[in-house]
Design a protein around this ligand. Structure first.
Ligand code: HEC
Ligand code: HEC
Length: 283
């Protein structure tokens, strides 16, 4: 669909104020507590863009500033909460995460940057949420977390934060990862909903344009879970995916369904080389 077509679809059907004005991502450097993040990087082979850009470059000066200072970043509260949960005994085995994994600053350093990851036993890719639930059930004899439980978001945020600055890298060589990547790619380019839009309609063909007050980015996932100012809360990746799908007036798949796991594999790959920014701050 052309840019004008998108404007009509969004303006006409949903009644949204859509400003087709193009604005470049800012030329700015993201330094978090003295550590420089990679926010622009050359894409991997087969990528549709010349340059992969972090969503941070598309945000307002105020939102960008919040992410540079861990004292100002409201997402850091979830990191602290995650650290407490890490050390809390739960389940019939009488163990905490720390009982086996000790200090997360060492055992989980840069681990989150490599997720989603092939899990041979499960025969599918695992994201951190699934890996944590696996450890809770099999290693702690505790209940798995329900999707978007506060503890789940805090623990994923805490573990991802141990990769702050590390470049995103998905290993497509393991197991059937490539087949999941293919499936995720198909989904990315499939139009859905009453608005008949695909992920690519917005994040590939229209990044740089405005929808409502939102400056459309490439839709990369390197900041997840992200703190969203609009929701005043931490937002998980599958929650964001579902929100984007819902905005096209389509029904959305379950969190951690094969569709959304495949999408996570593919979209994470699109952001290869960008620094993990968790907890990123977004609108
Ligand atoms: C009884 C020991 C035990 C406990 C308790 C435990 N784990 Fe694990 N965990 C393991 C083992 C063993 C592995 C590696 C093999 C596997 O995948 O099961 C692992 C793997 C992981 C991984 C993947 C690491 C990587 O390199 O990809 C993460 C993340 C993780 N655990 C998080 C947690 C969290 C969070 C908790 C607490 C909710 C927890 N674990 C509790 C034993 C444990
Ligand atoms: C109608 C347009 C639209 C469609 C279609 C759409 N999105 Fe989005 N998406 C947005 C807007 C607006 C935002 C918030 C501004 C931004 O970061 O781009 C956003 C944000 C995101 C983000 C967060 C980026 C960040 O830096 O935090 C991700 C990831 C994302 N979208 C993925 C997807 C995926 C995957 C699909 C397809 C299932 C999709 N989007 C479909 C409009 C859309």
């Amino acid at each position: 669909m052309s840019k004008l077509g998108l404007a009509i679809a969004l303006g006409g059907v949903v009644g949204l104020a859509f400003a087709p004005a193009q604005a470049d991502p800012v030329d700015d450097t993201l330094v978090i507590d003295g550590k420089e993040m990679i926010t622009r990087v050359d894409p991997p082979d087969g990528h549709p863009f010349d340059e992969v850009l972090s969503g941070w470059l598309f945000r307002t000066p105020e939102t960008r500033a919040l992410e540079t200072d861990t004292f100002a970043n409201p997402g850091m509260l979830y990191v602290e909460q995650g650290e407490q949960i890490w050390n809390q005994v739960d389940g019939a085995a009488g163990k905490s995460c720390a009982s086996c994994h000790n200090d997360a600053a060492e055992s989980m350093k840069d681990v989150g940057a490599g997720y989603p990851k092939w899990n041979a036993a499960a025969g599918k890719p695992y994201n951190l949420e699934l890996q944590i639930n696996d450890c809770r059930v099999n290693n702690m004899q505790a209940e798995p977390y329900k999707f978007d439980a506060g503890e789940q978001k805090a623990l994923v945020t805490y573990i991802k934060h141990q990769s702050l600055g590390a470049p995103v890298k998905v290993d497509l060589g393991e197991g059937d990862m490539k087949a999941w990547w293919d499936k995720g790619k198909d989904y990315y380019y499939t139009r859905f909903g009453q608005l008949n839009l695909s992920c690519a309609s917005c994040h590939e063909e229209n990044n740089g344009n405005y929808i409502r007050a939102d400056h459309l980015s490439q839709g990369n996932v390197n900041g997840f879970p992200t703190y969203r100012l609009k929701q005043a809360s931490m937002v998980s990746l599958h929650n964001r995916f579902r929100g984007c799908i819902r905005d096209t007036r389509a029904s959305y798949p379950d969190a951690f369904s094969d569709e959304l796991m495949a999408l996570e594999v593919y979209v994470t790959w699109r952001g290869t080389g960008l620094s993990v920014e968790t907890p990123a701050v977004r609108q």
